[in-house]
Design a protein around this ligand. Structure first.
Ligand SMILES: NC(=O)c1ccc[n+]([C@@H]2O[C@H](COP(=O)([O-])OP(=O)(O)OC[C@H]3O[C@@H](n4cnc5c(N)ncnc54)[C@H](OP(=O)(O)O)[C@@H]3O)[C@@H](O)[C@H]2O)c1
Length: 336
């Protein structure tokens, strides 16, 4: 294999406008080409980003012997199919979040990765920002005492029309789009899997039939006594925050999931004492994730997050979806 990991990109998604320049910026990778369902779109994207190769189908890119690894930025419901096809074609895979639509699908991916000996990483890029290293350091130093509450908000407005988020068949809806971050960060901070959960949702007609969640409020109760409360939505004003509260204090991060290349602060609060503002250097989390992945492939080192973690995240999302779709009535409410 060449010294640099040679990337190919599947799909001309909106997100690739951020992720292609980031992969090009990695010290140990280069982006060789992009594939689209149409040759014309692939050509336009290749030209715009200065990529040497454009492919008029995803299959054509997978057949290229020049490509070592693919970055998949397709609608969520297509991840499973294209991850399996990529692995069958001998390519390592970095796939956008969520890795797949269920724990069972993640299990299929895991079995194929084992069988082929290839690497697969779920692309939760936010985990690679130094903000989270700092947060973990503070938690390890017992900055909040007994972890009691996590509050996570992640909302934005996807607009109407044809957005993939409004198609059930493409794996749309708020829970699997932005809600997956809320679940992921809660599991990461507690380093536990939730024992109990509850969720409530708001729905609209999907563009392809059925009802799709526009927003979800959820609660996850962890065995250690911490409760995560989150809200997420794809038809709301943009909000993006994480608050971790315990018996000794509180940590607060603004914009934990967004691309934050400028320096930022992590707030530490202790019962009326002066707030400590920890300065965190700016970084492009896509670049750091790409470099970590390429290092793992090129040097055979383990990935920081495994496929069991992806399956566990999906399992919680599935349970939240089921809970939100069957809300429990308040049995003490007076009947009118
Ligand atoms: N990490 C992040 O910050 C972040 C942010 C946003 C989204 N995401 C994730 O990235 C992925 C893409 O999201 P996006 O919003 O960027 O998607 P998008 O702009 O709607 O693009 C999806 C791409 O998938 C391809 N595609 C294949 N079959 C399709 C179909 N039946 N309908 C529509 N598109 C189809 C299209 O590429 P071609 O036409 O070229 O084949 C299209 O450009 C999702 O998994 C999402 O969760 C991650």
């Amino acid at each position: 294999m060449s010294r640099k990991l040679r990337w190919g990109v599947l799909g001309t998604a909106r997100i690739v406008r951020k992720s292609i320049p980031a992969l090009q910026e990695t010290a140990n990778g280069e982006v060789l080409g992009i594939a689209s369902r149409t040759g014309e779109r692939a050509g336009e994207f290749a030209e715009k980003h200065g990529l040497p190769q454009a492919f008029g189908s995803y299959e054509a890119l997978l057949e290229s012997p020049d490509i070592d690894a693919v970055y998949i930025a397709l609608p969520n419901a297509l991840h499973l199919e294209w991850i399996l096809k990529s692995l069958d074609a001998g390519k390592h895979v970095l796939c956008e979040k969520p890795l797949a639509m269920s724990a069972a699908e993640c299990g299929e991916i895991s079995r194929k990765a084992d069988e082929t000996g290839l690497k697969v990483l779920e692309g939760f890029m936010y985990r690679f920002h130094p903000r989270f290293q700092k947060l973990q350091e503070l938690l390890a130093a017992n900055a909040v005492g007994d972890l009691t509450f996590l509050h996570v908000g992640h909302t934005f407005d996807a607009g109407g029309g044809d957005n993939i988020r409004w198609y059930t068949g493409l794996g749309g809806g708020a829970l699997f789009d932005t809600g997956c971050y809320c679940v992921n960060v809660s599991r990461m901070v507690t380093a536990q899997e939730p024992a109990h959960l509850a969720a409530f949702g708001n729905y609209r007609d999907a563009n392809d039939g059925g009802r799709i969640d526009t927003s979800i409020a959820g609660m996850l109760r962890f065995p250690g006594g911490a409760t995560a409360l989150f809200d997420t939505g794809v038809n709301l004003e943009r909000r993006n925050f994480l608050e971790v509260t315990g018996t000794a204090g509180r940590l607060y991060l603004d914009n934990p999931f967004g691309l934050l290349e400028e320096d930022s602060v992590l707030e530490e609060h202790h019962f009326g004492q002066e707030t400590v503002y920890h300065e965190v250097k700016g970084a492009n989390h896509f670049v750091r994730m790409g470099e970590h992945f390429a290092d793992s492939v090129l040097h055979g080192t383990p990935l920081r997050y495994d496929l069991a973690d992806a399956a566990n995240n999906a399992r919680v999302l599935e349970a939240l979806d089921a809970a939100a779709r069957t809300p429990q009535p308040n049995r003490t409410a007076a009947s009118s």
